[in-house]
Design a protein around this ligand. Structure first.
Ligand SMILES: Cc1cc2nc3c(=O)[nH]c(=O)nc-3n(C[C@H](O)[C@H](O)[C@H](O)COP(=O)(O)OP(=O)(O)OC[C@H]3O[C@@H](n4cnc5c(N)ncnc54)[C@H](O)[C@@H]3O)c2cc1C
Length: 493
């Protein structure tokens, strides 16, 4: 199939085509017209399951499968596990409770990770964290029972968990392209520090966040929101310390009654100081307030405030510009903290993300496309493999400064069906995490880390059942999968 037909049949949008074009023009090996010469690729690995991407979804997929006796491998382009939670410094874990804030509904591996961090002093258990507090940036909606955690402790915990489970991890290795035999991936070509190598496996999980493996295997996808032609803005997270937290908290809590939303724009923590900085010509960021989340250590805070528009996560040039702009905004924010924010006069940067945070890129098409109405109406399909209550959190659609935050209207939770993890047209591939099969708005809810971890656990368990049953993920007995997940302390009804 030539490239034009491939793109047509894969149903990608114009933006995705542009992204693919720029990828192809850089490498010359992804367009399907030239093949990588076999002599260039070393057939290094043969395993049962390969998980591409070691973020919250991927790490849980690999652990779940390995614990069922499957030979599982993670391929990760960075040097640690955790994805956005570690390399991106995104925090806290968004809520794992129901809409009432009464019951913890995301448990399983997520809970195990949290427990292990709590034991090491690297997290506060979500049962002890309530909405409207400094740990939630004083946000009330959808933020009850979030989990503050320390990214360094998370890195260590995830290392221990994969080692204990017997997962083979390959860091500093990037997925390049799949080799397809009919409707199956027979192996993937990867770029390691040794050159081009390959991994053959029975089943593959795409946990890249951007759907790289599914997209390059020809699975149809949408890029961003087809109605607006945009993706949500990116944010470079950073953490500060040496904050006099009592002073900062007092300043914010003295102004809590001024929090409001106007024309779709949120005016929350520190909006009174942002206004001062704006008036002095010392604020260029497309935000009117600062989301600042208290961390585990009393003087540490995570700052979710930079805003970088139109970043294409499938294009290295676009990402490079975003990293530069993110760090420029971090520098501006540090000056802002020092000059305007009580308690932050001596604050220092504990760290900024090693990668800019991407909220949205490709949405892979699966056997079912999760829709926003399913979530808001609390629909729980029969093949639900996780329950969540996370709100639809879409930035930037109603203008550069806008934020939309829509909470579940009916019920205490909604279900994510197994079919959302089954990409169309490829028989031995599962997808888990941010690029699951969902509309842009629905993905805006389940892209947060606890549901991504639950998706990973389900994908890894399904892969193990498929491998043991000698079938593909599509032929797994869903009732058995659900039973198995329940036995792993996954909350399902
Ligand atoms: C600015 C921002 C704020 C957010 N706020 C919150 C929040 O407060 N709470 C919350 O719970 N969630 C939040 N999220 C959402 C959340 O962080 C992500 O959506 C979530 O981490 C997605 O998990 P994932 O495993 O699908 O992908 P990721 O975390 O992106 O992990 C993907 C992994 O795959 C690797 N990878 C990618 N491509 C390749 C390749 N080709 N080869 C090898 N490895 C590859 C990456 O290096 C990465 O480690 C936020 C996200 C952003 C961007």
């Amino acid at each position: 199939m030539d490239r034009r037909n491939f793109l047509k049949t894969s149903g990608v949008t114009a933006a995705a085509c542009l992204a693919a074009t720029s990828l192809n023009s850089c490498s010359g090996i992804l367009d399907g017209t030239k093949d990588i010469s076999i002599k260039d690729v070393k057939d290094s690995y043969k395993t049962q399951l390969v998980v591409v991407g070691g973020g919250p979804a991927g790490v849980c997929a690999a652990i779940a499968a390995a614990r069922k006796g499957v030979k599982a491998m993670i391929l990760e382009q960075g040097g640690c596990l955790g994805g956005m939670a570690t390399r991106g410094l995104v925090a806290p874990f968004m809520t794992c409770y129901d809409t009432e804030g009464e019951q913890q509904i995301i448990r399983g591996l997520f809970e195990e990770v949290v427990q292990r961090m709590v034991q090491l002093g690297g997290a506060i258990h979500p049962r002890d964290v309530r909405a409207g507090s400094p740990f939630t940036a004083w946000i009330t909606q959808g933020h009850d029972h979030v989990t503050p955690f320390d990214a360094e402790v998370l890195k260590y915990v995830l290392d221990r968990m994969v080692i204990e489970a017997g997962v083979k991890v390959l860091f500093h290795a990037s997925f390049v392209k799949p080799v397809l035999r009919g409707s199956k991936i027979s192996k993937i070509i990867i770029l390691t520090r040794s050159g081009l190598e390959s991994i053959a496996a029975d089943i593959f999980v795409d946990a890249t966040g951007d759907g790289d493996l599914a997209f390059r295997s020809g699975v149809p996808c949408e890029y961003g929101n087809p109605e607006t032609g945009r993706v949500q803005p990116a944010t470079l997270f950073f953490h500060i310390n040496k904050v006099d937290s009592d002073k900062l908290i007092k300043d914010v809590e003295d102004h809590l009654d001024t929090f409001h939303k106007k024309d779709g724009v949120s005016y929350r923590a520190l909006h009174w100081h942002v206004a001062e900085a704006e008036a002095a010509g010392e604020w260029s960021i497309a935000r009117k307030s600062v989301n600042i989340y208290r961390g585990v250590k009393p003087d540490e805070w995570a700052v979710n405030c930079t805003r970088i528009k139109n970043v294409d996560a499938t294009n290295s040039e676009s990402l490079t510009d975003a990293e530069f702009e993110g760090r420029r905004q971090v520098n501006e924010l540090m000056n802002f903290f020092h000059k305007y924010v009580p308690g932050c006069e001596d604050a220092t940067i504990k760290g900024s993300g090693a990668t800019v945070g991407i909220r949205e890129s490709r949405h892979i098409k699966g056997d079912y496309v999760l829709d926003v109405d399913d979530l808001l109406n609390g629909v729980v399909p029969e093949d639900s493999i996780l329950l969540a209550s996370n709100s639809v959190d879409v930035h930037g659609r109603g203008g550069d400064y806008s934020t939309e935050y829509i909470t579940v209207k009916n019920g205490r939770w909604y279900g994510v069906p197994y079919r959302c993890l089954l990409p169309q047209g490829v028989d031995n591939l599962l997808i888990a995490g941010r690029s699951l099969s969902a509309t842009s708005d629905a993905a805006g809810a389940v892209r947060v880390m606890p549901p991504c971890m639950a998706m990973g656990q389900a994908a890894g368990t399904a892969a193990a059942l498929a491998i043991k049953g000698g079938c593909g993920p599509r032929d797994v007995d869903v009732a058995q999968l659900i039973q198995d997940l329940k036995s792993q302390d996954v909350f399902l009804v």
